[in-house]
Design a binder for this molecule. Sequence first.
Ligand SMILES: [Zn+2]
Length: 302
Amino acid sequence: MIVDAHCHMWMEEWVEKDMLKVLESVKESLGLEDLGNLMKGDVERLVAEMDEAGIDKAVILPLDFEFLYEAGDLTYRDYNDRVGEALAAWPDRLIAFAGVDPRRGKAGVLELRRCVEGMGFRGLKLWTIAGFYPDDDAYYPLYAEAERLGITVMVHTGLGPGYSYLKTCRPVYVDKIAVDFRGVNFILAHVGNPWVEEALAVAMKNPNVWVNISAWQKGHSLFAMGLYQMLSQARLMHGGVHKVLFGTDWPLFTEVYSQREWVETVRGLEQPMAMQVMGLPEITSEEKEMILGGNAIAALRL
Ligand SMILES: [Zn+2]
């Protein structure tokens, strides 16, 4: 089974005002000529590309960006509803997370409950680039609700697009809540890049924390050794790669690697010469399959 543990969904007509700035910034960082496919985040395109890549299931992460950006007419509840509609149409292919900023307090708790109990969502997405530290005690009622519901929490860690905050995105801010909410599984998106060691440390220490390799495509295209190095380090620190999940951040990096190409990249990873010289063991094909899907079974309670 192959699971893409990090995808988004949006329609061209939702992308307006500040959300457009985010995509413009991604476009610039990838050196693209136009917004083109970055705007096309509809579920039909996603499922077609999943089919092409042999991906069985994808995690969909709506974003509650209202605390950071002017959001146009689409509220965070509307956004969750759109994802709920997609889930209803593709229940076997999608795993939906609710986009809720924890600063919403009680309303956020109720929105999470509505998404999980009313629409069958299985997780919560925290978009820390909107400027909150996830381990604030004020948000504990939200995590208590996540624990009660038995869902997974995906936390953005590491670099984000322009017009967003970086300082709240360090992986270490997930450590305290992972300890205090042992019944909740946490996933550190993007392996916290550039705080990769910090993300691996948080995942190593806490049995309920995983990382995902989404948004590593551009870096990999420039310096192919980085991904292999990270996986070797995870193996050395954790005794295996069982905490590493596959992910793309679809549709943001399809111009660098399509979903299919990113799956093939992981499957085809070969140990760089410099690491062979160091005598490090190779990542086995069994381990690659664990990253592509096996590990997600525990992280997402599939
Ligand atoms: Zn993302």
